[in-house]
Design a protein around this ligand. Structure first.
Ligand code: ZN
Length: 264
């Protein structure tokens, strides 16, 4: 007697979740085909990516409640003052991040963007990420506005090298080098920001992927595109500051959305 109502409740739940999934899938494929149309019609397309594209590669978003800054106080580990005070302590923290990044692989979202660039449909990727996964997926025109974990720089003499191990000594002057990422309290690299702004202004379509567009000055790039007459499309789980002004918003993952653009 007990089995029947339980089974029917569970069958109902399964039906409901199948229906929900089905309606998500239908809506998703409709918005993806609209995105495909925008991509073809509004060239050139410039892509702006944030942490959301790399979470699918297992790299946690710093700002999420379970993210790195919930365990490490950024004021102690990620500011330029902290580095000047105690570079060894800051490097111990970056060594952990390097380890996590070494295990991460580009995902379907990174691969799709690289393929779209090869087909001439993506002009450049501007990224807030420091993980180098776009380049590893094959993207060639990548502007890293928050720097890169693959490089190190010397604050004493300005030397820049590829980063091969944690806490490298400067080959020129022997000082402890700094990770090539932009730390809190540092300005963004001016060349990269200028290039990103120019690309955003010239874009027929700015495609934002995996960013809530909350961190300035990068969050100001959609404004550059819109005021120059370009269109804005957003692929992001959850709301962003520009949802109301986008031509299209896809509330879904980067990999499942971008990989379906490939038959374009
Ligand atoms: Zn040096």
């Amino acid at each position: 007697m007990w089995a029947t109502p339980c089974a029917s409740v569970s069958a109902k739940r399964t039906r409901t979740s199948v229906l929900k999934r089905k309606s998500f899938t239908t809506r998703h494929s409709t918005t993806v085909s609209e995105l495909g149309k925008l991509l073809l019609e509004r060239q050139p397309c410039v892509v702006l990516t944030g942490a959301g594209i790399s979470t699918e590669s297992g790299i946690p978003d710093f700002r999420s409640p379970s993210g790195i800054w919930a365990q490490y106080d950024p004021m102690e580990y990620a500011t330029i003052d902290a580095f000047r005070r105690d570079p060894v302590k800051v490097w111990e923290f970056y060594a952990l991040r390097l380890e996590a990044l070494a295990r991460a692989e580009p995902n379907a979202g990174h691969v799709a963007l690289a393929e779209l660039e090869r087909r001439g449909l993506v002009r450049a990727v501007v990224t807030q990420n420091i993980d180098g996964l776009h380049q590893r997926a094959g993207s060639r025109e990548v502007i890293e506005v928050h720097g890169s974990i693959r490089t190190a720089e010397c604050l004493a003499c300005g030397e820049e090298t590829a980063l091969e191990q944690a806490m490298p000594a400067c080959p020129r002057c022997g000082e402890v080098m700094k990770p090539g990422v932009v730390m809190f309290g540092e300005l963004l690299p001016p060349g990269a920001m200028e290039r990103a702004t120019e690309l955003a202004r010239e874009a027929g379509l700015l495609l934002v992927v995996g960013s809530a567009l909350e961190v300035y000055p990068v969050a100001g790039l959609p404004e550059e595109t819109l005021s120059a007459g370009g269109a804005l499309a957003i692929v992001n789980r959850g709301p962003t500051a520009y949802d109301g002004r986008a031509d299209l918003k896809v509330d879904a993952g980067a990999g499942e959305t971008l990989s379906r653009l490939l038959p374009v």
